[in-house]
Design a protein around this ligand. Structure first.
Ligand code: NDP
Length: 331
């Protein structure tokens, strides 16, 4: 399988090129807004073709699938063009700037019989898969609540559009809440119904929020508490699920790397939970390739991307209005 890269981005260079090649997938071309940048990116990453013209990349018969990792406002038009050209799509989160566009692109891919996936990496982590297994096996009984700790410090190389450009989809909500929404949905197998939230900004964020705390209600009655931030250098990440029979406590698991620690706590007993430490992005690329070959679904589908975006936008709306807000999934 051969990829066309749409967006000469940090995540493409830092994670996905290696993940594609690690699965025996090739990269045929890269498209960027500037030719010099496209050429430099191609040379540095050993990609044989570089262009500023999206149609030129999409017209290439050797491109089977595209990986879209441009800034967020570009995902929708680029995905629609790729689908029109008959290419499978792995799109970065958030899928788009509003739920209606996300529904349109996912439906267009479904109607065209193309694979469409969202690059939510966390559900590929061995830690999260082990946690989900425990919950499903009833290891903590009925789940009562979840707490998500995803307040990090945004490294300076990433402090561009994320901290000052609402038009490009900047802000911590579209950046991190989407991942947390996907992870909670993955574990609990249900979609948040209503949310309340408050944001803050000013340390890093200029015109966008750089921190948010929110509470979500799940249809089953489970309560979820989340904290996402760009400004916390030492907080560490984690996720906890508390049930009638026990608790799962995980630390260092809301990251791009395969490590972390998971324990099951019941009364005075704390048991370490084993997991497979596979590279998250390698698994995402592998499952995408298998889906294109007709074997199963990608790790996170387009429908998963619609849902995570819907939750994030509800959090944004709740923070803006101060109101308890129903999540609008666009259906
Ligand atoms: P970058 O800021 O690295 O790249 C985004 C775009 O900005 C590029 O496509 C490029 O445009 C432009 N750009 C980047 N660097 C330069 C530069 N030095 N000069 C000029 N333009 C530049 O974005 P990220 O890699 O951080 O994020 C890209 C997407 O991936 C986002 O949607 C983000 O949400 C997502 N993401 C997902 C992650 C995950 O784990 N799933 C992790 C990180 C990001 P052009 O291509 O036109 O040159």
């Amino acid at each position: 399988m051969k990829w066309g890269l749409i967006g000469a981005s940090n995540i493409a260079e830092g994670r996905m090129i290696e993940a594609f090649r690690g699965n025996g997938q090739d990269i045929a071309s890269v498209q960027s807004g500037g030719q010099a940048r496209a050429d430099e990116f191609a040379a540095k990453n050993d990609i044989p073709h570089a262009t500023t013209d999206l149609d030129e990349l999409l017209a290439r018969p050797d491109v089977d699938a595209v990986y879209i990792s441009s800034t967020n406002e570009k995902h929708f038009p680029q995905a629609m063009a790729a689908i029109k050209a008959g290419k499978h799509v792995l799109c970065e989160k958030p899928l788009s700037m509003n739920v209606g566009d996300a529904v349109t692109m996912v439906k267009a891919a479904e109607d065209a019989g193309l694979v469409f996936a969202t690059n939510h990496h966390l559900r590929n982590a061995g830690t999260h898969r082990a946690i989900r297994d425990l919950i499903r096996q009833g290891a903590i009984g009925d789940v009562l609540s979840a707490r998500v700790f995803h307040a990090v410090f945004l490294r300076s190389a990433l402090q561009g559009w994320r901290v000052d450009n609402p038009g490009a989809g900047g802000g911590v909500i579209l950046d991190i809440v989407v991942h947390d929404a996907d992870t909670v949905r993955f574990h609990l197998g249900e979609d948040p119904a209503e949310v309340v939230a408050m944001t803050t900004s000013g340390r890093l964020g200029k015109g966008v929020e750089d921190s948010v705390m929110s509470v979500w209600s799940m249809p089953s009655g489970v309560q979820v508490q989340t904290h996402e931030s760009f400004t916390h250098a030492n907080a560490g990440t984690g996720i906890e699920f508390h049930g009638t029979e026990g608790s799962i406590i995980a630390r260092g698991v809301m990251t791009q790397n395969p490590g972390g620690e998971v324990v099951l706590r019941k009364g005075d007993e704390t048991t370490p939970v084993a997991f497979q430490p596979e590279d998250l992005y390698l698994r995402s690329a592998r499952m995408f390739g298998e889906a294109v070959a007709g074997k199963g679904q990608p790790a996170a589908t387009g429908r998963d991307g619609i849902a995570s975006l819907a939750v994030a936008l509800a959090v944004a709306r709740a923070a803006e209005t101060g109101q308890r807000t129903a999540v609008d999934y666009g259906d």
